[in-house]
Design a protein around this ligand. Structure first.
Ligand SMILES: O=C(O)c1[nH]c(=O)[nH]c(=O)c1Cl
Length: 311
């Protein structure tokens, strides 16, 4: 069974990695990912300066997933850029993605220029979908702003770039967003980010379970798998084949991983499952995938990628 895949020109030994924001904020967490069966890693979405983020409790595990309103806590771009450049020396073939979530176009352009001026040779993921910075609407739902940002970004940045998208729930929106994205030389899209502004209640105490934003937060885990499958499938059907797809959302088992690849994903990320189970989740899920592939007679991921059949 060959589990290898590629994203842009980066070679992944396995198609599974962490989702930005989970187990990737400090060098300790990032080194943990290096030593796991993950095929690559992505760093916590960075701003130019460090941020402490929202007040605790800002994350909670739920019966079928998670809710979070972290508020973009991170060590600042240079911390992650330095980590990426140091790791490229010790692990030259391990794919590293840098995630950026600047709070203005100017900040994003500044960060991209800093990356471009450095020795970084990995992939950059521009997060257009953070749902938890109070007062900041999601770029991913403002199509004019998305177009403006992508136009400016591609005039500035000549390294491979992908974007992290929020979930969409309307077929006309898939058409509209895909039409915008097809105008740009994107290396990939990553879909989906958490399903924004859900609410979970502690029935006993009659309270919310997280503090920020009155308890509203991004939903992840099994709750969102049907939304992730649909977004990967819809964009695979609509995007220029040169734009690859990272599939994220609701992956708990090897079957879930198989399904996202069947919808067209080239690489798959786990967030909630990694937060709850730790890095052993990578090996468990990959072993389950291998078993399913063997049962079905598939030797490589390309044997079934994107081959979802309709009735
Ligand atoms: O609150 C966060 O830090 C956060 N939380 C998410 O669920 N997705 C994001 O993109 C971000 Cl940036």
């Amino acid at each position: 069974i060959d589990l290898t895949t590629t994203l842009n020109k980066l070679h992944f030994k396995t198609p599974l990695m962490n989702a930005a924001g989970v187990h990737c904020a400090t060098t300790t967490e990032l080194d943990d990912l290096l030593d796991s069966q993950a095929g690559g890693l992505v760093t916590k979405s960075a701003t130019l300066q460090p941020r402490t983020g929202n007040p605790d409790p800002r994350y909670a595990n739920l019966p079928f997933g998670s809710i979070n309103s972290m508020g973009l806590p991170n060590q600042g771009l240079d911390y992650y850029l330095n980590y990426a450049n140091a790791t490229a020396l010790t692990h030259p073939d391990f794919p590293i993605l840098l995630s950026l979530a600047g709070q203005s176009l100017a900040e994003n352009l500044q960060m991209l220029e800093r990356i471009q001026a450095s020795a970084f040779s990995g992939l950059t993921e521009l997060n257009l979908s953070c749902p938890n910075v109070p007062g900041k609407p999601q770029i991913g739902y403002d199509f004019d702003q998305m177009k403006t940002i992508l136009t400016a970004v591609f005039q500035t940045f000549n390294q491979p770039l992908g974007i992290k998208l929020p979930p969409y729930f309307d077929l006309a929106q898939f058409d509209l967003v895909a039409d915008i994205l097809n105008q740009f030389p994107l290396a990939f899209i990553n879909t989906i980010n958490s399903v924004g502004n859900g609410l979970f209640i502690n029935l006993e105490t009659e309270t919310t379970v997280i503090k920020p934003k009155g308890g509203f937060g991004g939903i992840g885990g099994s709750y969102v798998k049907p939304v992730a499958l649909a977004n990967v499938r819809a964009f695979r059907q609509r995007l220029n084949p040169a734009i690859q797809i990272i599939g994220t959302g609701g992956v708990v088992s090897g079957g879930d991983l198989f399904e996202l690849i069947l919808c067209g994903a080239d690489v798959v990320q786990i967030g909630t499952t990694l937060a709850q189970e730790g890095t052993p989740a990578f090996g468990r899920i990959l072993t389950e995938l291998e078993r399913i592939m063997a049962q079905k007679g598939y030797a490589t991921l390309a044997d079934f990628r994107g081959n979802l059949k309709t009735l």
